[in-house]
Every structure is written in structure tokens, then in C-alpha cells.
Design a binder for this molecule. Sequence first.
Ligand SMILES: *Cc1c(COP(=O)(O)O)cnc(C)c1O
Length: 428
Amino acid sequence: MSKVNGDVLECDRKYVWHPYSAMGKDDPMFTVESAEGVRLKLVDGRELIDGMSSWWCAIHGYNHPVLNAAVEMQLTKMSHVMFGGLTHEPAVRLAQKLVEITPEPLQTVFFSDSGSVAVEVAMKMAIQYWNARHLPDKQYFLTIRSGYHGDTFAAMSVCDPVTGMHNLFSNVLISQYFVDAPICRYGEAASESDMAQMKSCLQENKQKIAAVILEPVVQAAGGMRFYSADYLNQVRQLCNEYGVLLILDEIATGFGRTGKLFASEHAGISPDIMCVGKALTGGYMTLAATLTTAGISETISTGDPGLFMHGPTFMANPMACAAALASIEMLLSSNWSENIRRIEKILAAGLAECHKMTGVVDVRVLGAIAVVELDRPVDMMALPYQFVEQGVWVRPFGRLIYLMPPYVIDDVDILTLTRAVCNAVQSL
Ligand SMILES: *Cc1c(COP(=O)(O)O)cnc(C)c1O
């Protein structure tokens, strides 16, 4: 067994890129053999409690009989067919379901393969919409700093300019409009200075701005910030006032993670265009979707060139759609809202002692998301080994140690995760 592990790891180092990684380095790396419920099983037999949900996706845990059955059933019919000129029940039923559970004005669905592409699609929709309305200068986007919207070029152009390394790609990145990330935190009223920045940028540049694009309430990979829902609500009003669309990127926040089914519900607003991904399939396969209103769809479809100019090869993959439909139905038929409150409470209790530890700047919990913000970056050479030794899978970034467990995790396992985080913070 360990021989196989050695070989796999050796070849991995030699041939395989990992996310945001370098080749030829000795970064900690662990080989997973299987996963079940909230546990990842390593090839050496160790089991790790998953604190990450595989980057926010695996909300029902791993190897789930219901999701397995949905995928297996679809596999016996067809794994994939092209979506140009052909359709199939999994895609249609999933689109119907997404329209049903997202805010009312969203009525049409464009499927794509990943979150970044869903963001590209959203940005193209906004540009094509204004073009069809004979306002072709509206091709730029306004966003807030500390955001993350994906790694493809247009998505990257609206990521935080510093953490998104905009200087590295300066000649190919579109330069968009940025205002500071809101200082007003979740639970607070919008601050006047935050609103003033947004307002003056819209006022000055509305002829060029197609849409404001934001992660609602939780800025995820850009810094795990939780900002005021009132701010989001007022941004919605400003967009209406200045004739600018609002794109909400719910890729990280969708499907219950923040305590609401979609984070826009904290602000009681609806976007003109919305992106979902990550937990859409319960972490089973890669799938994302961009939803928009009947009005925008119609304007794009009737204006020049009379088509929406995008069409991925693997659009609406039937197995991914089947998994997504099963995942959403399972989520909705569970007592998910109460369950997220349970997780929130235990995460907060388990991390309470971190508040007083040296090096801790902030501890925050919202829904099934817990963040310990430190005053310095963690040691990514040592910390992963330390977590694995404690039987947990936690992957910090920068100055942030965070937990985002699968919703099926029990109280005892949550407390094992929070204990491991407390130990890690203490040992800094
Ligand atoms: C992860 C993420 C993306 C990108 O999704 P990929 O599937 O990794 O391309 C976009 N927006 C947000 C808010 C995300 O969290």
C-alpha cells in the first residue's frame, strides 16, 4: 500500500499541477483513496474529518447513496449528448427547479461547466443586453475590492486586483471599475462612506458600466469577509437608479451555506443575473448555471445579433444535471435551515476561545462558515501535517483558517474540527 502511495506521490510531483501551486516543490500532499460521509480516507488508512466540503461543494458528504443512485441511473441511459439542437429531461427539470427556488424575476437558465465560465456568461449577457438596447458603450463592470469570481480572464478582471495579481496580466486584463470593499459588517447598517463610493462611481461612469458584480454578503476566496446585507440592498437600489444591471455571484454562497438558501435573501433583493455553481451538484460533478430574467433573455434574443454568443461543448451534461437535481431535492426536503443554525452555533461555541488568543485579529461565523483571521500568514509547509495528525482536513489560505463542513456533519465531528483549529492557532 505505502509503495503505491509513494509511486503516486512521486508521479504527482513530477507531472501534475495542483490549484495555485508550483512544480518541483515539496508542498504537503496527501493521497485520498475514497471518501464516505464527512470522512476522507487516505491510502495509508488514516481518516480525516472534512472541514472544507471540497471547496464548499460536498454539502451532503461523500459517497451518498441518493446521489450515487441518481448518477448511476443517468449513466445507464446516457452519460452525455451535445446540447445544440438536442435536449433532455435532466437539464429541463433542473432548470425548472432552479427557476422555482431562486428569486422570482429569474426565469431562464444557461448551463456551463464551471463557476468561472458561469461568470463569463453573466458578463457576456450584460454586455449583449446593453448592446441590444443600443447602448454598446456599456461593456465595463463595477465591483468591490476583495472579491473573487474565478480564474478565467473576464472573471479575473473583477477579482481583487492585488490578490488576483492583476499586475501580472496587465496587458490582457480589461481594467474594470473598483470601489473599496464595504467596511460595514454583516448585521450592521450600510455605512454612508461605503455607499458614497459606490454611488459616485456609478454616477460618473454609468454610460460605460454594464453591471455591478458582487458576491452577496460573503466575499469568499477573496478574504472570507461578511458584509452588511443593507449595503447589498442599497447597491440594488443604486443599480436601478443609474440604469446598471446587478449580477450576483452565488457560486460560493448558494444552497444554504450562509443560512439562507441564497445569500441575496439576507438583503431581500433579487439580481438581474445570478451565477450558481460549487454546491449545485452536491460536489458530485462540475456544473454551473447563469440565470437571468425573462426581460433580459428576450432583449438579448431579439436584439442584434439575435443569439446569445456562448455554447460549451459539455453544456448541461446529463449526469451532472441528474446529480444536481437529486442534491437540490434532498436539500429542500431536509430541515436544512435549522440544521445550518445548529452548525453555526457549534462552530461559534467551538471557536470562542480563539477570540483571546494572540495573533487573532477576528473570529466570525455565519451559517456553516467559520473564519479565524490571523495577523500573519499561516505556515503552509507545517500546518497541513499538523491538521492531518489531528484527523481533520482543513486548508487555510493566507492569514485565514476557515471551516466550511458538509451539512451532514454531527456535533462531535464539528467540535473535533474546531478543536484542531484552536490548537493550530495556539501553536502559532
Ligand atoms: C469558486 C468560485 C468561482 C469560480 O468557480 P470555479 O468552478 O472554480 O471556476 C466564482 N465565484 C465564486 C464566488 C467562487 O467562490
